[in-house]
Design a protein around this ligand. Sequence first.
Ligand code: SAM
Length: 281
Amino acid sequence: MSIEAGVLYIVATPIGNLGDLSPRAVETLHQVDRIAAEDTRHSAGLLRHFSIDTPLVALHEHNEREKSAVLLQRLSKGESIALISDAGTPLISDPGYVLVRDAQEADIRVVPIPGPSALIAALSASGLPTDRFCFEGFLPAKSGNRRKQLESLCDEPRTLVFYESPHRIVESLVAMVSVFGSGREAVLARELTKTFETIRHATLGELAQWVVDDANQQKGEFVVLLRGTPAVAEEEDREGQRIAELLAEELPLKQAAALAARISGGRKNALYQHLLQKKQP
Ligand code: SAM
């Protein structure tokens, strides 16, 4: 592979497991004139591991505007530059948007070197629908804004994907339970590709309780995924729900859902989720 002059390469790096850096990424990082990194000290470790000694320059959220202008000048003079972030794909909840947008406007070629991203890794192993999804990144830090943001997603039918840090995982899960209800199907993907990788599929209430009860589950990096709100029930679904609700007065929820599905032709899981949501306070 040969690097082209005056091209900006957007290079994905591992989210934990160094084996995930692609050969093409290694070659690009070796060959470019300069690497713009979110945290040069952090990235120096990765580059050392691959014996890459390309000069590094910092590009982070606090200097992105001025550093982008300098990098664009270098690109227009024919330098090749790679952008990396601390982990995963640059620009995905990471700096780089200003640089890429300005490069596009200046007719500088932008070439992605794809690779890991926590969002896609989590989604691919979540067992939730992946045909359509909605990436929400980090929720606002302030509780009022966070709640408002979550409420705006109440009717979202696509799978929801959030990033979360160890400092706020408990608060965020608790807020999600209070907005979406404890019965919502959810997945917590923690420390992906690392030693303590954990992917847990449960109801939102169960997940929140599990994390609250076990301090070990509050450590590391997280992706939280929620099944979207079921589309407005069609006539036959409503009939299934009516039957399931009646049966649930006499039977355990799972049994009621299974029986209602057989009677109405509806989906057992959807009816079970419906009963769980009905049951919550
Ligand atoms: N650009 C990165 C990407 O493509 O995934 C995301 C950067 S963002 C600043 C960092 C967040 O990504 C973490 O707080 C966490 O939510 C998620 N994340 C990164 N690495 C992860 C991992 N190994 N396991 C789970 N989540 C991770």
